[in-house]
Design a protein around this ligand. Structure first.
Ligand SMILES: [Zn+2]
Length: 87
């Protein structure tokens, strides 16, 4: 199962109100991304993925995809694909 990290604006799309996750699904609120706090979810819904890319976060290099609202296309956060061990 993939973990999901969504920016601090959710659980609804702030633009159109599309529900993309439930508070029950938040498994961590303390993950630190490069530009601030993120939420870690077990799953989300009603979203579409952007292309995968590697990003340097303070916890190391992670493969992420941007996550967009499936209704209005607003950028909501990102999905964590996998992490590389720091060498
Ligand atoms: Zn939306």
């Amino acid at each position: 199962m993939a973990d999901w990290m969504i920016g601090p604006r959710l659980c609804n799309c702030y633009k159109c109100g599309n529900m993309v996750c439930r508070h029950d699904d938040i498994i961590s609120k303390i993950f630190q991304a490069s530009h601030g706090r993120a939420f870690l979810f077990t799953h989300v819904q009603n979203v579409v993925d952007g292309p995968e890319e590697d990003r340097q976060l303070i916890t190391g290099v992670h493969t992420l995809t941007d996550v967009y609202c499936s209704d209005c296309g607003e950028l909501l956060g990102w999905r964590y694909i996998k992490a590389y061990e720091e060498l």
